[in-house]
Design a protein. Structure first.
Length: 152
């Protein structure tokens, strides 16, 4: 009778594509992921993401009538916060390529802004975007991030 009950929990989780650890059924551990972070990522990509995409498309079709000015989008960043390695790599990439400022990232992490944190930078010594192409100490910073010596 107890085995039947365990099997029922597993079948219900399988039907709804929910990992067993999320419902507190941890007698058997899956070997799909080696950490809770990995299991959460699997849950997001295999269970939630397809549902969220369908809901976004239906909102756009039924409620927004495919309006170009508005769109529906679920924010899943909170679910990815547990994957600290990927989050750190993401923040490093967006900071070094000028996609976000330090204060943009701090806002996502619920941290207060810092002075000078609204500056967008690129990878070359984190040069401000507005200084690309200008001369600094006889060197010119190119848009590619390379420096060249300016001889007059």
């Amino acid at each position: 009778m107890l085995e039947s009950r365990d099997h029922s929990v597993e079948e219900i989780c399988r039907w709804y594509r929910i990992p067993l650890f999320m419902v507190g059924h941890i007698t058997k551990q899956s070997s799909w992921a080696s950490s809770v972070e990995g299991m959460n990522l699997i849950f997001l990509t295999n269970t939630l993401w397809p549902l969220l995409v369908n809901i976004e498309q239906e909102i756009a079709r039924c409620l927004l009538d495919n309006d170009e000015d508005y769109f529906a989008e679920f924010s899943v960043e909170e679910l990815l916060r547990t994957d600290s390695t990927s989050l750190a790599a993401y923040y490093t990439t967006v900071l070094q390529n000028g996609w976000m400022s330090s204060n943009d990232m701090r806002r996502l992490e619920n941290l207060p802004p810092i002075e000078g944190g609204d500056l967008y930078t690129v990878q070359l010594n984190l040069t401000p975007l507005d200084q690309l192409g200008q001369e600094n100490d006889g060197e010119k910073v190119l848009a590619s991030g390379a420096k060249c010596l300016v001889i007059s």
